[in-house]
Unconditional design. Structure first.
Length: 165
């Protein structure tokens, strides 16, 4: 390094370090520190699983109807041999509009399962207008989230967990 570069570097770095009286240090920040996988005080928790913005006031659906709604979606979903338009026509009426719109990008030929092999089992209890069900398939488990929307159980999302080989 040149004789000029070293003093310039030292002058620049000196602004990066604090020196002086620790009693005159800046007050600690009042914002909560971020956490990974946990809640932060003062930050609202996300809405309950299966809940959706479209679930405003209105009649409530019987809790007993949540599992059959998840099963109906699973049956309509696990049909990879259908063309995209026919597949979408089968799943759309079972979903909230926002999720149905997301499903427009699905190519059924790429679905990982083709057959439902068991009944829905609640993975998160159905309460507060929402829940989630695990539904066994020929290639893994389909997870289906449902919400009570104006007295009707509708699907708000899904995920798939492949069976270990």
């Amino acid at each position: 390094m040149s004789a000029i570069a070293i003093p310039m570097l030292l002058a620049t770095l000196s602004g990066c370090f604090r020196s002086g009286d620790p009693d005159n240090a800046a007050p600690p920040t009042t914002r909560p520190a971020p956490t990974v996988g946990g809640a932060v005080a003062g930050v609202p928790t996300p809405e309950a699983l299966g809940r959706d913005d479209e679930d405003d006031e209105g009649p409530t659906a019987p809790v007993a109807g949540a599992a059959p709604a998840a099963a109906a979606f699973a049956t309509a979903w696990a049909r990879p041999r259908l063309d995209a338009a026919s597949w979408l026509k089968g799943v759309t009426p079972l979903c909230v509009p926002r999720f149905a719109a997301q499903l427009r990008t699905v190519d059924p030929a790429n679905l990982p399962a083709s057959r439902i092999t068991g009944r829905p089992e609640a993975t998160h209890p159905v309460r507060d207008g929402g829940g989630q069900f695990a539904i066994p398939t020929d290639r893994g488990t389909l997870l289906v989230s449902v919400a009570d929307v104006e007295g009707r159980w509708l699907v708000t999302g899904n995920d798939f967990v492949r069976a270990p080989r």
